[in-house]
Design a protein around this ligand. Structure first.
Ligand code: SAH
Length: 215
């Protein structure tokens, strides 16, 4: 895996385009400018890594579009050392962005091949501390709860109650929710033991948040 001047140049262009689209958070842009997104795609598709598009990975899943990664990360308001649970490891790119921002990342994947690949690959590119789990994300990670933040990177039909319960009071969950192929990006803040505040941030498209695991 090489990160050449050409890759760096393409990446800088992508980051500039995210700025134009309204991503204002310099820290997020800087982190995305340092992580070689092409490492997360098959070599044959390197060229595609620096377009602002989702792209197919194994198991019929996708690596989220860079704009979506930046947007979800921004809504999470990540701070150093925070404990963050991500549902949907996929390529591991979003998890790397969170880790590079200084978060302690716990990421769950339901597709075993993707889990195995990320487990091997993330330490190789400098993220040995991301904790990965092969599980059904609907259940969250009760033994590590509560979390400061929860990020769902697959499209849900409703907000899973179990996940809400694994959020700290004052914590934030970002989850795309919708009945069909389009989801509304929700930012849910846990105000108290029983109260949650929800704000919607417009439409996005994700692969489905599916139940159970797939070996
Ligand atoms: N964050 C990923 C995006 C991957 S797409 C990245 O940066 O590449 C969403 C992922 O969520 C897919 O890999 C899919 O298999 C996974 N997923 C869907 N339902 C899930 C569930 N119940 N538990 C865990 N992962 C799930």
């Amino acid at each position: 895996m090489k990160d050449t001047y050409r890759h760096k140049g393409l990446r800088k262009k992508l980051i500039d385009s995210l700025k134009v689209r309204g991503v204002k958070n310099e820290e997020i842009l800087e982190v995305m400018n340092t992580i070689p997104r092409h490492f997360f795609l098959e070599k044959a598709f390197e060229e595609w890594a620096y377009q602002d598009k989702a792209f197919p990975i194994d198991c019929n899943q996708t690596i989220s579009q860079p704009y979506t990664v930046a947007f979800q990360t921004m809504l999470l308001e990540v701070k150093q050392r925070e404990k963050i649970m991500e549902i949907g490891t996929g390529s591991g790119y979003q998890a790397s962005v969170l880790a590079a921002l200084g978060a302690r990342v716990y990421s769950i994947e339901r597709q075993e091949p993707l889990y195995k690949k990320a487990k091997k690959f993330l330490p190789l590119i400098g993220f040995p501390n991301i904790r990965l789990f092969f599980r059904d994300g609907y259940k969250g990670l009760a033994e590590f709860a509560p979390f400061d933040k929860i990020l769902v990177t697959a499209g849900a039909t409703k907000v899973p109650e179990l996940l809400k319960q694994q959020l700290k009071i004052g914590g934030i969950m970002v989850i795309p929710v919708g009945p069909d192929k389009v989801q509304e990006m929700l930012k849910i803040t846990r105000i108290s033991e029983t109260k949650f505040k929800t704000v919607s941030y417009g439409d996005f498209k994700f692969v489905p948040f599916a139940e159970g695991v797939n070996r």
